[in-house]
Ligand binder design. Sequence first.
Ligand code: SAM
Length: 161
Amino acid sequence: MTDPGDLRPNEEAVELEPASDASLRFIGTIRTPWRDRKDCPRQGKLDGPECQLVLDPVWHQALEGLENYDTIEVLYWLDQSRRDLIRQSPISDGQTFGTFALRSPVRPNPIGTSMVKLVRIEKGTLVVRGLDCLDETPLLDIKPDRCAFSPKAPDKPGSRD
Ligand code: SAM
């Protein structure tokens, strides 16, 4: 965890009540080659190293059909992030940006998302390329690539083509 007092020039933190509203369920663990944040890519690349999404066994059957997609969206919990910054200085030069104008891991709810290449599925473990998170980052969700996905239910009023 980051020391609460550890701010870069012009960065600004806020006092927060303990988070208590939504309760998330981790569905597994992400295995990557990176054990230190400074070694992680800023954003994953589809030709990056193979990483594993290790699903808890209770979710294995929930993978049915996912093998039909070449790219999938992965959501994960950037568990080592502080969560109280409203302005951040990505390169510590005093120039700041609002948290919501950045893809920084430091945010009120530190959810990371990546579109990754699905290489193969081996008994509940997905081998993928394109991640940028630390080894043992908690896994939140997996979805098919929205561009390749065809809705499985009829269209609804107001939907776009
Ligand atoms: N691709 C995701 C997104 O755009 O939502 C995450 C991008 S974020 C810039 C990626 C960076 O988060 C990594 O380079 C690393 O510094 C940091 N990071 C990776 N895993 C983390 C973790 N478990 N907890 C906190 N920070 C993490």
